[in-house]
Design a protein around this ligand. Structure first.
Ligand SMILES: [Zn+2]
Length: 183
């Protein structure tokens, strides 16, 4: 039996004539071609126009990665769950591949910046009455044989002035170091 299928866009509900290909939305429930969710070229163009990302702020909390996206049209989508995948970042929003790739560029920038402040090594040395640390961040900040001690309040004091993110990491690493050397 030969049947016909009217090309009606599921977004704007208008009948349309496709140019070189037909866009449709994945719909795992549809078993029949007439259930296909077709989308017209005009709606696709609008969709692509909408997804021009001007800013993306990532944050990670309790191992969940989220992103707040600002579009060129001013729309802000807050705290979307997201997952980096190969060269894209996938969110719950339906967005063009180009936008997912753009999001990945923002992700790499953010990920690199946060790693810069992370210590890639941190070595302690105990001498008589003196403990020193030698440490380096991924970004290249380096402290060599810097004397450290914990004051009466349990706060880490360092021979040189160091940023809080360095101080906190040294303190954490030292707890592990002490735990390993307890015997
Ligand atoms: Zn349409």
């Amino acid at each position: 039996m030969i049947r016909t299928l009217a090309l009606i866009c599921c977004d704007c509900k208008q009948e349309f004539t496709p140019k070189d290909k037909i866009y449709y939305r994945d719909n795992f429930l549809s078993k029949d071609i007439k259930d296909a969710q077709l989308i017209c070229d005009t709606c696709i163009a609008k969709w692509q126009e909408k997804w021009k990302i001007s800013k993306a702020d990532f944050q990670e909390k309790d191992y969940v990665l989220r992103v707040t996206i600002t579009l060129e049209n001013g729309t802000v989508l807050e705290n979307l769950d997201c997952t980096p995948l190969e060269t894209t970042v996938i969110t719950e929003e339906e967005m063009p591949l180009g936008a997912q790739e753009k999001l990945y560029e923002y992700y790499v920038q953010w990920d690199t910046a946060r790693k810069e402040k992370v210590l890639k090594d941190c070595i302690f040395e105990d001498a008589f009455m003196r403990t020193t640390v030698t440490c380096t961040t991924y970004g290249g900040e380096h402290y060599e044989n810097m004397a450290i001690r914990f004051n009466m309040k349990g706060e880490l004091e360092t021979e040189q002035e160091v940023p809080d993110y360095i101080r906190n990491q040294i303190a954490e690493a030292f707890k592990l170091y002490e735990a390993q050397n307890i015997d």
